[in-house]
Design a protein around this ligand. Structure first.
Ligand SMILES: Cc1cc2nc3c(=O)[nH]c(=O)nc-3n(C[C@H](O)[C@H](O)[C@H](O)COP(=O)(O)OP(=O)(O)OC[C@H]3O[C@@H](n4cnc5c(N)ncnc54)[C@H](O)[C@@H]3O)c2cc1C
Length: 393
């Protein structure tokens, strides 16, 4: 049997690390490819062609976990600090706090020493380290194995990640019903992940222009101007700061216009209904006035009874404002809830060619800035209108 990556080819690989973590021979390493996306590298000397990696690959294996859409909600936490420090309506934070109160652990994407990784936390004080959306792919490493170990020790685990990571964790845990009982999963509605290399080059360029050696903090979803007009905020080691709305920051414009996505994200195989997490979290973009809040509103899809009870437990009697909505309404503002494909923009290949040159920063910024922004004008008008007239806090 061929290794999974050779069966599907690099364009379909989601970079979920499922093959890496499940290979009994440890014959797979994950490395960045030349465009800055994680890719499995097989050591053919060690590979026994056993096929385990194919059975754990969400692109190849049967993915169904028997979910169904059982309830769709517009929700936001009543805790003002939690709401402002979260990307959307702070529901991940409430789920995490509930799990931690129950002596469980929570796993989410946070910054490691050098790059974005998945961190496991067991105390409420560490929650900020895994809050907030980051638009590059995390180096998930052996996290699925750590989730399994915790659950085998009888500890409850809440795991939050992209749809491919959640589908991959489901496959990793498949067959171990006892361990699965202690694990709850949240998948985010996912636009796709941007090239880590492009992002790092962009950060280097911002740092250089400010005479800084390094970046000390990145917040992709700063709510200084509210939820709809979120901005990217970067703090530098020399105290300098950069902050720009997502609608004018070159990196965000290029990300949203699909110039920088991982090849598999254009036709994501796992953004499908029913979703793969017990709970799916997203932004309720396009929320009508009675559901809207200046600081954010989450889309929460409950995909099975376990997800429903975890959500009920977390929201308690008054922690969260939640209103049931239809799945069609949710998908109107957010087609990525199920099966929406993106066209690959013409400039993508030119952009990635530029990324390979020895000193690409300026060329890259130029591409960032000349990316066309279709339909952006009307959405900008709507966003500014809501910012001014719907300021309901
Ligand atoms: C790459 C990416 C693309 C997204 N695209 C969309 C979209 O198109 N439409 C939409 O409605 N919502 C999208 N979201 C989800 C949205 O941004 C919020 O993450 C979600 O609504 C949860 O918000 P919250 O306020 O409940 O919690 P938050 O505190 O914001 O929690 C975010 C959770 O996501 C996890 N996370 C953050 N970054 C990553 C990452 N890179 N990889 C894996 N897990 C991560 C965190 O660990 C945390 O658990 C995306 C999220 C990500 C990470």
């Amino acid at each position: 049997v061929k290794p999974a990556i050779e069966e599907i080819g690099p364009k379909k690989c989601t970079g979920c690390f499922g093959c890496y973590v499940s290979c009994p021979e440890k014959a797979i390493e994950m490395e960045f490819d030349e465009d800055g996306f994680f890719m499995p590298i097989v050591d053919h000397g060690s590979c026994k062609k056993c096929g385990v990696c194919q059975s754990k690959c969400p692109v190849i294996a049967e993915r169904s976990v028997g979910n169904a859409v059982i309830s769709v909600n517009a929700a936001r936490t009543q805790d003002a600090n939690l709401l402002k420090s979260s990307s959307s309506g702070g529901i991940f934070g409430e789920l995490a706090l509930s799990m931690l109160s129950d002596d469980g652990v929570v796993v989410g994407a946070g910054w490691g020493n050098d790059d974005l990784v998945h961190l496991m936390i067991s105390s409420k004080g560490d929650l900020p380290s895994i809050q907030g959306s980051k638009y590059i792919q995390s180096r998930i490493g052996m996290t699925y194995q750590k989730v399994l170990s915790q659950s085998k020790e009888g500890r409850k685990v809440l795991f939050c990640g992209t749809p491919c990571q959640v589908a991959s964790l489901n496959l990793f845990l498949r067959g171990d019903k006892k361990a699965r009982k202690n694990v709850w999963t949240c998948d985010v509605v996912c636009h796709g992940v941007a090239s880590t290399k492009a992002f790092n080059v962009y950060l280097d360029s911002l740092a250089r222009k400010r005479g800084a050696k390094d970046v000390s903090r990145v917040d992709f979803r700063n709510k200084k101007n509210g939820w709809q007009d979120y901005s990217i905020k970067v703090d530098f080691s020399n105290g300098a700061k950069y902050q720009k709305s997502h609608s004018s920051d070159p990196f965000f414009v290029a990300y949203i216009d699909n110039l920088l996505l991982r090849p598999s994200c254009y036709t994501c195989p796992v953004s499908e209904l029913p979703r793969h997490g017990d709970i799916t979290l997203g932004d309720l973009w396009g929320a009508r006035k009675d559901l809207y809040n200046y600081w954010g509103v989450s889309l929460v899809i409950l995909n099975n009874e376990r997800g429903l009870s975890l959500f009920k437990e977390a929201i308690g009697s008054d922690k969260v404002i939640s209103n049931e909505i239809s799945i069609d309404y949710a998908m109107k503002g957010n087609p990525r809830v199920s099966g929406s494909n993106f066209e690959i923009p013409e400039q993508r290949s030119t952009f990635f060619k530029a990324l390979k040159t020895s000193n690409p920063e300026d060329e890259i910024i130029e591409y960032f800035q000349t990316t066309p922004r279709p339909k952006r004008f009307l959405s900008n008008v709507a966003r500014i209108y809501k910012r001014i007239f719907w300021r309901n806090f």
